[in-house]
Design a protein around this ligand. Sequence first.
Ligand SMILES: Cc1cc2nc3c(=O)[nH]c(=O)nc-3n(C[C@H](O)[C@H](O)[C@H](O)COP(=O)(O)OP(=O)(O)OC[C@H]3O[C@@H](n4cnc5c(N)ncnc54)[C@H](O)[C@@H]3O)c2cc1C
Length: 273
Amino acid sequence: KRLPSVYEIGVNFANVDITKEPIPVVPTIHYQMGGIPTNINGQVVTQNATDHNAVVNGLYAVGECSCVSVHGANRLGTNSLLDLLVFGRAAGNHIVDFASKTKSHKPLPADAADFTLSRLNKLEGRGGEYAQDVANDMRAAMQQHAGVFRTQASMDEGVQKIAAIRERVNAIGLKDTSKVFNTARIEALEVDNLIESAQATMVSAAARRECRGAHTVSDYERPVDDAVAPLGRDDANWMKHTLWHSADNSLTYKPVKLKPLTVDSVPPKVRTF
Ligand SMILES: Cc1cc2nc3c(=O)[nH]c(=O)nc-3n(C[C@H](O)[C@H](O)[C@H](O)COP(=O)(O)OP(=O)(O)OC[C@H]3O[C@@H](n4cnc5c(N)ncnc54)[C@H](O)[C@@H]3O)c2cc1C
């Protein structure tokens, strides 16, 4: 009687009457750390032989999908929305500036739509697995192997599981191939996107042999009563950004910029909590 909205949430989302049984609770992601690397103008950057931050002309990313690599600009309470607004504005300004100086478009390549169409077409007419079955297994694998509390062995196992699930994603099929309001098609495409994110997360995490950031890897955890123990965060070897490459499921790294543009640097400290 006194919690009517909670009662309704239980009925609507979990099909549970909370006066008789508990609501199932599943931990979920709050904020995706990392993302598509950008500079402070929201321009997507990539790594090439001579440059760790080469601009991909015309491509921008802001908000949770992006990674501006400004310390504290995301993840912390309120900051993700500030991140979105500050860098969304910066990207908008940059786009307006760029567009106002650019009078004509490059001609579109003749094969501009081919990649998109091939993604759509490969779902057609094959009797593969149902997207949500694959998605459920991907979700379960990420919950089990890439949660907050991790071990090296569990992450290594997760890498294998996610690689196997990626194979299954490549074989997802559509039973209903109608072209209008086909939510099964949208779900299949979403799973195709999600596996990229899952594999990037899993493979990058397992390769990082230290305990840094928002997760705990018990193999490398620093004993709570010993602030100078060699375990925990390993700045000598791991103070670097991980880059995951979808095409061949490989990793490269790039240095962390420690010099802010306008203020003095605050040196990294030992995490002792
Ligand atoms: C439970 C929870 C609590 C949070 N609390 C806070 C808080 O207190 N303070 C705070 O600052 N932040 C908080 N955050 C984080 C913050 O809400 C998010 O970081 C922020 O909303 C992300 O905004 P976004 O526009 O970047 O991405 P989103 O809001 O995720 O928007 C992305 C949009 O893209 C659409 N989309 C996806 N794929 C496609 C596609 N293929 N084609 C077209 N569209 C597509 C999606 O439908 C979605 O509308 C919280 C997050 C969660 C989950």
